[in-house]
Design a binder for this molecule. Structure first.
Ligand SMILES: Cc1cc2nc3c(=O)[nH]c(=O)nc-3n(C[C@H](O)[C@H](O)[C@H](O)COP(=O)(O)OP(=O)(O)OC[C@H]3O[C@@H](n4cnc5c(N)ncnc54)[C@H](O)[C@@H]3O)c2cc1C
Length: 483
C-alpha cells in the first residue's frame, strides 16, 4: 500500500551523519559521511511526488527529481542514478556542493507545507547517495562514443563547464583535447573547494571516465601564453574551441595595508592548501606523504573578509591549520550572507566566530611589514540596493582596532584577462567576462569559439557552469555538423 500524504509528511527528515566538529577540525576528511541505504529510502519516502513538481523548476539542469527519488524509495538505486545522469554529468559533485536550499529544495512542497526549507526533502543528499552507491558498486558506465568524425575540439580549462563540454562533444565522435593551466585537473573543484567538502577522489573518478571515453588532457598549458587562442585554430587546426577558464582573479578591498605580509587572497590561500597540499605538513606531519614544496602561512589570529562560500572554505582551512581564533568579518547580517547555510553552520560548529555589520577600512602593520591589526567600522542595514539587498550604512565614530596576524580577503573573483587581452576578436563586458553572441549555443563573437561557465557568468556555481557547458556543447556539435 503506498503511503498517504499525511503519513509521508509525518516522517522525520533524515539527518546527515557527520564527523564530530572536534574530530573533523583537525583533519581534511569529509565532514558529511553520507546516508546509509536505509536512511536514503526513508528520506525518499518523504517525497509527495506532486503533480507540479517545483523542485524540477528549481534545478538549473532540470533533473527529473521526483522520478529519481521514487526509484530510491523502491530501492532501485541504479535506476535512480541513470535518471539523474540523463541530465546531469556530475551528481556526486552536485549532491555535495550545490546550493540546494536556494534551488530545488526551496521549491519542495514538503518544506513549503512545513514552513521550513530545512524540512524539504533532502534532494541533494539523495543525489549524493545514489552517485556514491554507483561508484562504490563499480557500476559507473562509460558513455557510448559515436564513430570518429575526424573533427577536433579544443577545450580550455578543466572546471565543471569544460568537463561537461568534453563529455557531450566527445559522445558525438569528435576528438577532444582539454588544455589546463595547472598541473592538476578539475578547476575550482580541485584547487578551491577543500577535500573536507569535496574529496579529490570524486573529481578523479569523473576525469577517469572522460579519459576512458578518449578525451585527451594537456596540463601545465596556459592558453594565451603557452599558445595563443587563435593559434589553436589557425596553426593546430582545431575546428572549434571552448573557453571555460573560470573566474580565478581575486578581488581586493582597495584599503591601505593590503600589501602587508600576512594578507592573502582566499584564492591563493586555498590553492596552496588544496592544490599544492601544503596542509599535509601541518595536519599529518607523521604520515608518509610526499613533502609538499609549497609552504603555508600558519596564522593564529585570522580574519576572513567576506561572507560567501570562498570565505567559509578559507576560514575552515585556517581552523584546520591550527589557528587559535578565526573570525568572519561581514558587513551585512547572517540573512544576507551568500554562503550555503550548511557551510555557515559547519563553520560555526568548528568554532569560527561571525562578526556581522563590520568592515575594515585599514590593515595596520608592524615595523617589519607584518600584519598586526585591522581598523574596523561598524555598520547598520539601510535601504535596499539594486539587487534588493539592504545596503550597509557606516556608523560614524564606531570604529575599533582588532589584533590579527593574518587577513584572508574573500570578497569575490573576476575573470582572468589573459586570453581576452591577447584575443581582441573576443568581446568582453566591463567586468571582463566573455560576451556571448547566441545564448542558445554559447557562441562568442569570435568565429569557431564558444565559451561558458564563470568566464561568462562571473563567479557563479558548479551547476550553472555545467548548464553553460551543456549549451555550448550543443552549439559546438551543431556547428560541426554543418561543416
Ligand atoms: C573556494 C570556492 C568555493 C566554492 N564553493 C562552491 C559551492 O559550494 N557550490 C557551488 O556550486 N559553487 C561553488 N564555487 C563556485 C564554483 O566552483 C564555480 O562557479 C565553478 O567551478 C565554475 O566552473 P568553470 O568550469 O567555469 O571554471 P573553474 O572551475 O574556475 O575552472 C577553470 C579552469 O580553467 C583553468 N584556466 C584558467 N585560465 C586558463 C588558461 N589561460 N589556459 C588554460 N587553463 C586555464 C583554471 O586553472 C581552472 O582549472 C566555489 C568557488 C570557490 C573559489
Amino acid at each position: 500500500m503506498p503511503l498517504t500524504t499525511k503519513e509521508r509528511l509525518a516522517i522525520a527528515p533524515q539527518k546527515m551523519p557527520e564527523l564530530a566538529p572536534e574530530v573533523r577540525s583537525k583533519t581534511m576528511d569529509e565532514v558529511a559521511i553520507g546516508y546509509s541505504a536505509k536512511e536514503a529510502k526513508t528520506e525518499a519516502l518523504r517525497c509527495l511526488n506532486c503533480k507540479k513538481p517545483g523542485c524540477i523548476e528549481g534545478c538549473p539542469v532540470r533533473i527529473n527529481i521526483p522520478s529519481f527519488i521514487e526509484k530510491i524509495a523502491n530501492e532501485d538505486f541504479q535506476g535512480a542514478i541513470d535518471k539523474i545522469k540523463e541530465t546531469s554529468l556530475l551528481p556526486a559533485v552536485c549532491g555535495r556542493v550545490c546550493p540546494q536550499e536556494k534551488q530545488c529544495q526551496k521549491k519542495c512542497i514538503v518544506g513549503i507545507s512545513l514552513k521550513d526549507v530545512e524540512k524539504s526533502v533532502a534532494i541533494g543528499r539523495l543525489e549524493r547517495f545514489v552517485a556514491d552507491w554507483e561508484r562504490e558498486n563499480g557500476s559507473v558506465k562509460i558513455p557510448e562514443v559515436k564513430p570518429n568524425t575526424g573533427k577536433k575540439v579544443a577545450v580550455v580549462g578543466s572546471g565543471p563547464a569544460s568537463l561537461v563540454v568534453a563529455a557531450d562533444v566527445r559522445r558525438e565522435g569528435h576528438s577532444v583535447t582539454i588544455f589546463e593551466a595547472f598541473h592538476k585537473l578539475g578547476g575550482v573543484m580541485r584547487y578551491g573547494i577543500p577535500e573536507f567538502r569535496l574529496p579529490n577522489s570524486i573529481v578523479d573518478k569523473e576525469i577517469e571516465t572522460l579519459k576512458k571515453m578518449g578525451v585527451e588532457f594537456k596540463t601545465n598549458f596556459v592558453v594565451g601564453r603557452t599558445r595563443k587562442l587563435a593559434d589553436l585554430i589557425q596553426k593546430d587546426k582545431f575546428d572549434a574551441v571552448f573557453v571555460g577558464t573560470g573566474a580565478g582573479l581575486p578581488l581586493f578591498m582597495g584599503i591601505p595595508g593590503e600589501d602587508l605580509n600576512g594578507v592573502f587572497s582566499a584564492n591563493e590561500f586555498l590553492t596552496r592548501a588544496n592544490l599544492m597540499r601544503a596542509y599535509e605538513n601541518i595536519i599529518s606531519p607523521n604520515r608518509e606523504v610526499e613533502t609538499p614544496s609549497t609552504p603555508l602561512w600558519e596564522g593564529k589570529q585570522v580574519a576572513v573578509l567576506g561572507g560567501g562560500n570562498v570565505a567559509m572554505d578559507a576560514a575552515r582551512i585556517a581552523v584546520r591549520l591550527g589557528a587559535e581564533k578565526v573570525r568572519i568579518i561581514y558587513r551585512r547580517t547572517a540573512a544576507e550572507m551568500p554562503a550555503r547555510a550548511e557551510e555557515v553552520h559547519h563553520a560555526q560548529e568548528e568554532g569560527v566566530e561571525f562578526c556581522y555589520l563590520q568592515n575594515p577600512n585599514k590593515i595596520l602593520g608592524d615595523e617589519k611589514g607584518f600584519v598586526k591589526s585591522l581598523l574596523i567600522d561598524r555598520y547598520k542595514l539601510g535601504d535596499p540596493d539594486e539587487k534588493g539587498r539592504p545596503r550597509p550604512v557606516k556608523l560614524e565614530g564606531e570604529s575599533f582596532e582588532l589584533p590579527v596576524d593574518t587577513v584572508l580577503v574573500a570578497i569575490g573573483n573576476s575573470s582572468n584577462p589573459l586570453i581576452s587581452q591577447g584575443t581582441p576578436e573576443l568581446k568582453t563586458n566591463k567586468r571582463g567576462n566573455i560576451e556571448i553572441s547566441n545564448p542558445e549555443t554559447n557562441q562568442t563573437f569570435m568565429d569557431k569559439v564558444f565559451a561558458g561557465g564563470d568566464i561568462v557568468l562571473g563567479a557563479a556555481t558548479v551547476i550553472l557552469a555545467m548548464g553553460e557547458g551543456r549549451r555550448a556543447a550543443f552549439g559546438i556539435n551543431k556547428f560541426l555538423e554543418k561543416q
